[in-house]
Design a protein around this ligand. Structure first.
Ligand SMILES: *Cc1c(COP(=O)(O)O)cnc(C)c1O
Length: 300
């Protein structure tokens, strides 16, 4: 059961959305596909005032560009399927626990961690493992018993990707900046959303939390709307049309005609996705080649 809040809402409004059974506050550092930047310190403050942990999905910036623990997040999760792997070889995910959240201080909310577990000889996770309570339960029960674990081959491939993550992220960010600047100057383009552009709504937050760059994913809309967007995508030669995102190769998605095509324009807007939104995941190719591809597709 989930209560959704507008991440840009004032603290009092987000606080008012808490219910007696709220167990955690969850947000994405950079949301996919709307690319909103989370004010992590604000969210940590609100979560802790209500005695729950802040969980942050840090998939898009990766730990190279943002380390949410330093801003008060308690738990960080990643889809490793994206930049960490980087080459679209393996599906995977990771949970990283700071160990900082005091479960015992709010024991009534977290009986799974703070009361004896009969399936584990009556041990209480917080008593037996202290700061490691949450991640031990995650690995002992969810990973071991329920099987949420990678195959060895996929773990091997993920590890290869991790070895070059620090080299790929600056290239993604530098290329995305150039593409965003090119698009924002093109008169066929209706709007561009990239938090590296100084006139972006999230520029200041991005500078605070990700001073070395955010991610390679940008979104934009073309004048003429949905039909023009589809024609543009079909004309691209270098950028691949795929559902995947945050890959070494440039890839592109039009949610209104792909992942979200079951939704009406009205429902799309309710989900915060404009019908003309093109998600453009800038890869690590030469930026001039990527821009040349966009240009020929716009001219087509
Ligand atoms: C893709 C994605 C997920 C889901 O991850 P999968 O590996 O595809 O299951 C979660 N969060 C973000 C931000 C993503 O981009």
């Amino acid at each position: 059961d989930v209560t959704f809040v507008n991440p840009d809402a004032p603290e009092e409004e987000i606080s008012a959305a808490f219910r007696p059974n709220t167990k955690a506050l969850f947000g994405e550092t950079i949301s996919n596909p709307t690319l909103e930047v989370l004010d992590i310190e604000k969210f940590a403050r609100i979560a802790h005032k209500h005695g729950v942990p802040l969980i942050v999905d840090n998939t898009f910036p990766t730990p190279i560009n943002c380390r949410p623990f330093e801003w008060g997040a308690d738990i960080v999760v990643h889809s490793t399927t994206k930049y960490m792997d980087g080459h679209a070889t393996s599906v995977g995910g990771a949970i990283v626990d700071s160990g900082n959240f005091d479960w015992e201080a709010h024991a009534d909310k977290f009986p799974g961690l703070c009361t004896p577990d009969e399936s584990y000889h009556g041990l209480t996770y917080t008593k037996a493992f202290g700061k490691l309570a949450y991640i031990t339960k995650a690995t002992a029960q969810l990973m071991r018993d329920l099987g949420s674990i990678q195959s060895p081959q996929n773990a091997f491939l993920l590890n290869l990707g991790l070895e070059t993550l620090h080299l790929r992220m600056p290239q993604h960010c530098g290329n995305a900046q150039k593409v965003a600047e090119y698009l924002s100057k093109n008169d066929k383009v209706a709007w561009v959303n990239y938090c590296g552009l100084p006139d972006n709504k999230y520029y200041a937050l991005a500078q605070k939390y990700m001073p070395n760059g955010s991610c390679g994913v940008i979104s934009f809309g073309l004048k003429g709307g949905r039909e023009v967007s589809i024609k543009f995508m079909d004309s691209l030669k270098l950028a691949a049309i795929v559902t995947h995102v945050a890959d070494a190769r440039t890839c592109v998605l039009h949610p209104a005609s792909h992942t979200h095509r079951q939704l009406s324009d009205e429902q799309l807007l309710e989900a915060g996705i404009r019908p003309d939104l093109i998600r453009f995941s800038v890869g690590i190719e030469n930026a001039d080649d990527i821009i040349a591809d966009i240009e020929q597709a716009l001219n087509a």
